[in-house]
Design a protein around this ligand. Structure first.
Ligand code: PA5
Length: 443
C-alpha cells in the first residue's frame, strides 16, 4: 500500500500557507481529468515519450533479462557505465534492495581517480561491464567504455564481459555491439533516460543485485492503475496538484526526504527526474514560461541535524515531502544499560520506533512553523512498494508537465553545454564553436 498523509498541507495545521484540499480537488478535477485523458491518449505516440507507462507490462523483456543473468554465474562484480537516467534508477533501487552476491559499481562521472580505483581493484575475469546509453554517444559514458574495453583485453574473451543497453537503432553503440557480437538490450525508443528504471536500463543491473524484479514491475503497474483511475484514487494526480498549488504560492523548492538510509539515493533519482523534466523555458505553444521548482535531497533522521534548521526557520520557499515506512523489514531493540538510566526512555524501545517517532515529530515541528509538508507512506520497503513509488513519481512528473503545459520529456537546456564540451575536446564538426569559445576567453 502507498498512502498519503496530507494533514500538514491544511490550513488547520499550517495556517494561511495551507490549502483547502477538498475545494482544491473539486476546483482542479476538470483539469486533472483532462490531463489524465491527454496522457492516456498520447501513450502510444512514440514522439510523446510515454513508453514508460507500458514498460512494466513487458514481461517478455524481463524474462530475457533474467535468462541473461542466469547464464552469467561467474560474475562477481558488475560495473555500470552510464550517467543521469542511465544510472540513477538502478543506483537507487540497488542501494535499497540489493542482496548480492554480485557487487555493483556505478561509473557516472569522468573523474580519473575513482575510475582508476576500480580498474586497479577489480578482477577483469570476474567482472561484467554494462554500458548503458540510450543515445549511444554520451561523452562521459563513451570515455568510460573506451577505458574499460581496453582493460578487458586482459581477459580471455573481452566480448563475454560486456553487455550493452542502448537504443534499437540509433547511436554508435548499437552498430559496434552488432559488429562485435556483444550481448545487447534495448532502451525502448519512446522511453527517456530518467523514465527508464523499469526497462533493461534498470532491470539488467538489478537482476545481478538480486532484486525481485517481478514485484518491482507489479508495483509499477499498481501506480499505472491509480494514475488511470478516478481522482479520489489517483494519487499521482493528487500529489502533482499539491506541487502545483504550492509552486503557485511561490514555494519554488521541493525537498524529498525519505526516513531511510536504504532509500538514500531515491532523492538523487528524483532530483534528476523532477528538475530535468520540469525546468523548461518554453511551453508547448513556444511561449517563454520558465517553469520549474528545484528539488533538493535530504535524508531522515540524518539531515534533522543539518537542513531541518533551515526548513523550520529559513524562508517559506519550500514544500517538504517525506517518505516514511510503516513497517520495518527487521527491527532491533535498544538495550538497557546500568549506569545510563538517563537514557531509560530508550530502553526496550526499538530502533524503528525511534525512527518513526522522529519522522512524525519533524513533520509536526515543520507544520508548527507553518512549513507545508506531506508524507508518502510505504507499507514496507520491498520491491513491490518501491516499484509503486518510482512509477508514482514518474506519473506525478507527467501530470505536472500537463498542468504547466510543457514537454516534460525533453531536455534542450543541456545541449549547449554538451556542444561546448565537444568543441573544447576537439570533436570534428565543432571547429567553429571552438573558435567562438576562444574569442570569448573560455580557453
Ligand atoms: O533523462 C535523460 O534523458 C538523461 O538524463 C539521460 O539519461 C542522460 O543524459 C544519459 O543519456 P544517454 O543514456 O543517452 O547516455
Amino acid at each position: 500500500m502507498l498512502r498519503l498523509d496530507l494533514r500538514n498541507i491544511s490550513q488547520a495545521r499550517i495556517g494561511p500557507n495551507g490549502i483547502d484540499w477538498t475545494s482544491a480537488l473539486e476546483q482542479y478535477a476538470p483539469r486533472l481529468e483532462a490531463a489524465r485523458e491527454a496522457l492516456w491518449a498520447r501513450r502510444s505516440d512514440p514522439q510523446a515519450f510515454l513508453g514508460w507507462i507500458e514498460v512494466p507490462e513487458d514481461t517478455e523483456t524481463l524474462r530475457r533479462v533474467l535468462r541473461y543473468r542466469g547464464a552469467q554465474p561467474w560474475v562477481e562484480d558488475l560495473v555500470v557505465l552510464g550517467i543521469g537516467g542511465s544510472a540513477l534508477g538502478a543506483l537507487a533501487v540497488s542501494a535499497a534492495l540489493g542482496r548480492g552476491p554480485v557487487r555493483l559499481h556505478f561509473v557516472d562521472n569522468v573523474e580519473p581517480e575513482p575510475i582508476l580505483g576500480l580498474l586497479r581493484s577489480l578482477n577483469p575475469e570476474k567482472t561484467l561491464v554494462n554500458v548503458i546509453s540510450k543515445s549511444g554517444s554520451t561523452a562521459e559514458t563513451m570515455a568510460a567504455f573506451l577505458a574499460f574495453r581496453r582493460w578487458l583485453e586482459a581477459t580471455e574473451d573481452w566480448r563475454r564481459h560486456v553487455v550493452v543497453t542502448t537504443d534499437p537503432t540509433q547511436g554508435l553503440l548499437r552498430p559496434y555491439a552488432e559488429a562485435e557480437g556483444l550481448a545487447v538490450f534495448e532502451v525502448p525508443p519512446a522511453v527517456g533516460g530518467r523514465f527508464s528504471v523499469t526497462s533493461p536500463v534498470g532491470t539488467l543491473p538489478l537482476a545481478f543485485a538480486g532484486v525481485d524484479l517481478e514485484s518491482l514491475l507489479a508495483g509499477a503497474r499498481k501506480a499505472n492503475e491509480q494514475a488511470r483511475g478516478e481522482l479520489a484514487q489517483n494519487l499521482p494526480a493528487q500529489t502533482a496538484l499539491i506541487h502545483h498549488l504550492f509552486a503557485q504560492r511561490g514555494l519554488n523548492i521541493v525537498v524529498l526526504m525519505p526516513y531511510s538510509t536504504r532509500l538514500r539515493y531515491l532523492p538523487d533519482w528524483f532530483v534528476q527526474l523532477h528538475d530535468e523534466s520540469l525546468g523548461k523555458l518554453y511551453d508547448r505553444e513556444g511561449r517563454e514560461v520558465r517553469t520549474g521548482t528545484t528539488a533538493v535531497r535530504a535524508i531522515g533522521t540524518t539531515d534533522q541535524h543539518a537542513q531541518v534548521q533551515l526548513f523550520r526557520e529559513g524562508p517559506h520557499d519550500k514544500l517538504v515531502v517525506f517518505v516514511r515506512l510503516e513497517n520495518p523489514s527487521e527491527d532491533l531493540t535498544i538495550p538497557a544499560v546500568r549506569g545510563l538510566e538517563g537514557l531509560d526512555y530508550l530502553f526496550g524501545k526499538t530502533f524503528f520506533e525511534l525512527l518513526d517517532a522522529e519522522a512524525k515529530a519533524t513533520a509536526h515541528a515543520l507544520a508548527k512553523a507553518q512549513q507545508p509538508n506531506f508524507t508518502l507512506l510505504l507499507e514496507k520497503l520491498d520491491a513491490y512498494h518501491l516499484g509503486w513509488l518510482l512509477q508514482h513519481l514518474m506519473w506525478q512528473t507527467a501530470y505536472l508537465g500537463e498542468l504547466w503545459n510543457i514537454n516534460a520529456f525533453d531536455q534542450p537546456g543541456v545541449e549547449l553545454g554538451k556542444a561546448y564540451t565537444y568543441a573544447l575536446m576537439g570533436r570534428r564538426g565543432y571547429e567553429k564553436l571552438a573558435e567562438e569559445l576562444k574569442a570569448e576567453g573560455v580557453v
